[in-house]
Write a protein that binds this ligand. Structure first.
Ligand code: NAD
Length: 485
């Protein structure tokens, strides 16, 4: 039996920190040091029910709070998040492993969501046409949908929950968040600061756990909508199950993002972009570059430059300023990534840079150095599947048309980047690529909070995406009034 030294996290239900009664916990290690940071409770469906009941009760009054007053709480929250910036970034690095600079950027992206949500008085406005017929007018009003459940992944413990609950509650909904059990700690600070900003009890609740909590939310009659972000198989399951239970659902899923590199690119900037896109956050971003499609004439030069830059990356604990490549999230994930590397070799790809060699002598942490495969083809598993690690596949093509064709063969359609100085190529890329979020000479083209996060194909299940006007549509329902006077 292991002796538990780290504290066990609590649920937040109806404004109170509540110990889980499930009796089951899971350890949360620092992925860089393997030190135990906390234990996360694997709560039961009864605890989900308690949180939903608290949220349902709070909804009765929260929905009636005038929108500008709700927005003022969001403004205060934004300030408190700014005041606690460093601490938030540090928690992210500790529990997720990403480098402090990346974590700092993530805090910024989360705060931007709160800033967007603070615009609720404008975002919630309806529409009116005074004369749809003689003396008859028609108006559309927006109302919140009720209790919303949010289920989030490990890789963005701040940004992804902030895609959901700030906008949902600004629109007058109440919320039950199930953070990733692998990075559950930051949610505590997010809720504490929101409460300090004046959010009433029961408006935002946290229930920690795994499958049981998720299923409890999906099947609960009093949950009206589900926002999910995570891997593809789980997203598909969430979408189908939530829809079967009569809920509106948005499920953002996995990815396999291609970067197309053409001969007219700025090679130095392209290399910097690919290094950051592929190996930043240890490749554990849904917008990470995982495939480079490069034209044959520059492929050798590109690979030589890439290797030279990858050799400079420093592996280690993300709290160390020198480090720019942190660990992956768990040993079990690292084991899976190692099998992908073996499968790539078995399928005939050429292992151009083997990141496993960078970890020699490291006895703690779940590390892998920058790994690059050349001569990858679309029949290989390392191309088809999301690896979610610092592993990059390179495919050689003759031109842009073939590069777009390769990209479009993927089942995923989250992000794609073009490195080129040609307007014509940019136009062809934009028009023909079947992907929802594009970048031109931008390494990670994640849209800001006022635009939708717009994955296509198996990278998204649902109709309305997260953030922007889509987010407002998702978290509101419309009422039409037609009147004759
Ligand atoms: P995950 O699918 O393993 O977990 C996501 C959430 O689902 C967690 O809260 C987890 O507890 C829950 N969950 C996991 N398995 C479940 C099951 N069988 N039944 C019910 N619930 C379950 O994802 P992850 O590994 O935490 O996150 C990484 C994944 O998320 C990657 O695939 C990445 O591409 C994706 N992601 C996508 C976006 C996007 O915008 N499309 C953004 C961030 C992450």
């Amino acid at each position: 039996m292991t002796v538990q030294t780290a504290r066990t996290l609590k649920n937040f239900i109806g404004g109170k920190w509540t110990e889980s009664t499930s009796g089951q916990t899971e350890v949360v290690p620092n992925p860089a040091t393997e030190k135990e940071l906390a234990y996360v409770p694997l709560s039961s469906t009864e605890e989900v029910d308690q949180a939903v009941t608290a949220a349902k009760e709070a909804f009765k009054t929260w929905k009636k709070v005038p929108v500008p007053r709700r927005a003022r709480i969001l403004f205060k929250y934004q300030q408190l998040l700014m005041d606690n910036y460093d601490e938030l970034a540090e928690i992210i690095t500790l529990e997720n492993g990403k480098c402090y600079n990346d974590a700092y950027g993530e805090v910024q992206r989360g705060i931007e969501c709160v800033e967007f949500a603070a615009g609720a008085p404008t975002l919630m406005m309806g529409d009116t046409l005074p004369d749809i017929a003689t003396n008859i007018e028609s108006s559309m009003y927006r109302y919140p949908v009720g209790v919303v459940g949010g289920i989030t992944p490990f890789n963005f413990p701040m940004m992804v929950p902030c895609w959901m609950f700030p906008l949902a509650v600004a629109c007058g909904n109440t919320f039950v968040l199930k953070p990733s059990e692998r990075t559950p700690m930051l949610a505590e600070r997010l809720v504490e600061l929101f409460t300090e900003a004046g959010l009433p009890d029961g408006v935002l609740n946290i229930v920690h756990g795994a499958h049981d909590v998720v299923n409890g939310l999906l099947e609960h009659d009093d949950v009206s909508a589900i926002s999910f972000v995570g891997s593809q198989p789980v997203a598909e399951y969430i979408y189908k199950t939530a829809a079967q239970h009569g809920k509106r659902v948005q499920a953002l899923a996995g990815a396999k993002n291609h970067a197309i590199v053409l001969e007219d690119c700025d090679m130095e900037k392209t290399i910097q972009g690919i290094i950051s896109g592929a190996f930043g956050s240890a490749g554990q971003r849904c917008m990470a570059t995982s495939v480079v499609v490069v034209t044959e004439d520059i492929a050798d030069t590109f690979l030589e430059n890439l290797k030279e830059a990858a050799d400079q990356l420093v592996l280690g604990d993300g709290m160390d300023e020198q480090v720019n490549l942190g660990p992956v999230i768990r040993q079990s994930h690292l084991d899976k990534v190692h099998s992908f590397i073996e499968s790539g070799q078995g399928e005939g790809a050429s292992l151009y840079r083997d990141g496993r060699e960078d970890t020699r002598g490291m006895d703690k942490g779940y590390f892998l150095g920058a790994t690059v495969f050349d001569q990858v083809t679309t029949s290989m598993d390392i191309w088809k599947k999301e690896i979610f690690a610092p592993v990059l596949s390179v495919i050689r093509v003759k031109d842009l048309t073939e590069a777009i064709d390769v990209t479009n063969q993927s089942d995923f359609g989250n992000g794609a980047v073009l490195y080129s100085s040609s307007g014509h190529a940019t136009r062809q890329f934009r028009e023909d690529i079947e992907v929802g979020m594009l970048g031109v000479n931008v390494n990670v083209p994640a849209p800001m909070a006022f635009f939708p996060f717009s994955g296509w194909k198996n990278s998204f299940y649902g109709d309305l995406h997260a953030n922007g006007k889509d987010g407002v549509e998702f978290y509101t329902r419309r009422k039409m009034l037609t009147s004759r006077w």
